[in-house]
Design a protein around this ligand. Structure first.
Ligand code: PMP
Length: 406
């Protein structure tokens, strides 16, 4: 893509300059967490240097500035994702967001005979909370299967949406396969059947323009640290009517209007769900991350990552005995693979000595790996700030370590 100076973009990320084991770092673990551009690092630093105060309605100047900065990020996220800011609950990340839906929406509503539908490709964060709720309520968790290429079996999914299904929990983009699910169509079908939809947007929001209103889901969860923001930040978007009807998840300061020992009046959403002192500096950083991605343009990010993915896939396909898991036509830049005769962890360990950071293991998706009958995979996930030269260097390193492993 000629319209963006990608070398200049890369230079915004100071960490990418470092070496690992005496080699230039090649950071291909972006599906795990992303690196941070200087404006985000400076925003966090600047907050602690110049503004630090609590957001607890202090009337002093610093308190006002901290509150404005925190609430400013809520507004930026709302514009970024095309939703109302009072429908965005700020929290520590996707895991918290999904548990909030589980405990505040599902737990009081589900009962024996109800079904929670999840897909085979979910991250544990979108499986285990539903199992916990099923245990408590007597509801059942049903699995919508995938096809060999790593796409959802849409016919099976439709058949699985029977009248006992109350909730569908589905990832927008798979963190292992890169598969982009047609969430808009699926949410439309679910809605027709009265099924509430929860979308895990962890791997979507950083990589393409996400318009939550257009998707038409009921809940959308995402995490800040994969979208250039600090760890411990994220949000849950929910339809206003759901938030209004949901009891608090955690109790404490900030989430109440009035407290007495006789009766406590909860605050309105979204603050009802934000008990205690939040990660204020983190959200200041996340606001800078949204500004950064906005300036760069998600369309540019998507195109750049598609080019890197095409290059990476083609280069890996030249390696004898290498198998790629997930070949969906609509795919984010995540490549899971195995090489015949080599353990995933051995490959990743030897690659680390070459300066290459990839992930090996089960990627918090045991049921998905069970589907493919493998104990672990290697996963390389480049981001827009990676380069074609890094892909060539990675593939060359992979060929070398493969030879070492015999
Ligand atoms: N869902 C998916 C698809 C993910 O990739 C991740 C992060 N690996 C999560 C959920 C959990 O996100 P967090 O750890 O930030 O809560």
């Amino acid at each position: 893509d000629g319209s963006v100076d990608w070398d200049a973009v890369r230079a915004d990320f100071p960490l990418l300059l470092r070496e690992v084991h005496g080699k230039p770092l090649i950071y291909f673990d972006n599906a795990n967490t992303g690196q941070k551009p200087a404006p985000v690092i400076e925003a966090v630093d600047g907050f602690y240097r110049r503004q630090n105060a609590n957001v607890s309605r202090a009337v002093h100047q610093l308190g006002t500035e901290a509150t404005d900065a925190y609430e400013g990020t809520r507004g930026k996220l709302a514009r970024f994702l095309n939703v109302r800011s009072d429908e965005l609950v700020l929290c520590s990340g996707t895991t918290f967001a999904l548990n909030l839906v589980a405990y505040s929406w599902a737990l009081p509503r589900l009962k024996a005979g109800d079904t929670i539908l999840v897909s085979r490709m979910e991250h544990h964060a979108n499986i285990v909370p539903w199992q916990l709720i099923a245990e408590r309520t007597g509801a059942t968790v049903r699995v919508a299967e995938i096809l060999e290429d790593g796409t959802l079996d849409l016919d099976a999914l439709r058949r699985a949406m029977t009248s006992d299904v109350k909730l569908l929990a589905l990832t927008h983009v798979s963190n292992v396969l890169g598969t982009v699910n047609p969430v808009r169509e699926i949410c439309r079908e679910a809605r027709k059947r009265g099924i509430v939809t929860v979308i895990d947007g962890s791997q979507a929001v950083p990589h393409r323009r996400v318009d939550i209103a257009a998707i038409g889901c009921d809940f959308y969860a995402f995490t800040g640290h994969k979208m250039c923001g600090p760890t411990g930040t994220g949000a849950l978007w929910a339809r206003r009517e759901h938030l209004q009807a949901m009891p608090p998840f955690l109790g404490g300061g900030e989430m109440i209007k009035e407290v007495s020992f006789e009766k406590t009046v909860y605050n309105d959403p979204p603050h009802r769900f934000e008990a205690g002192t939040p990660n204020i500096a983190g959200f200041v950083g996340l606001g800078a991350a949204v500004d950064y991605l906005d300036r760069l343009g998600l369309d540019h990010v998507e195109r750049r990552e598609a080019e890197l993915l095409a290059h990476l896939t083609e280069a890996l396909q030249q390696i004898d005995g290498l198998r790629i898991f997930g070949t969906a036509p609509d795919k984010a830049a995540v490549v899971s693979f195995l090489i015949e005769g080599a353990h995933a962890h051995d490959l990743a360990t030897l690659l680390d000595l070459e300066g290459v950071a990839i992930r090996s293991g089960q990627h918090c998706a045991h049921p998905l790996l069970q589907f493919y009958g493998v104990a672990a995979t290697c996963r390389a996930s480049p981001a827009f700030y990676n380069t074609h030269a890094e892909i060539d260097a990675f593939v060359a390193a992979l060929r070398r370590v493969r030879t070492l492993l015999g």
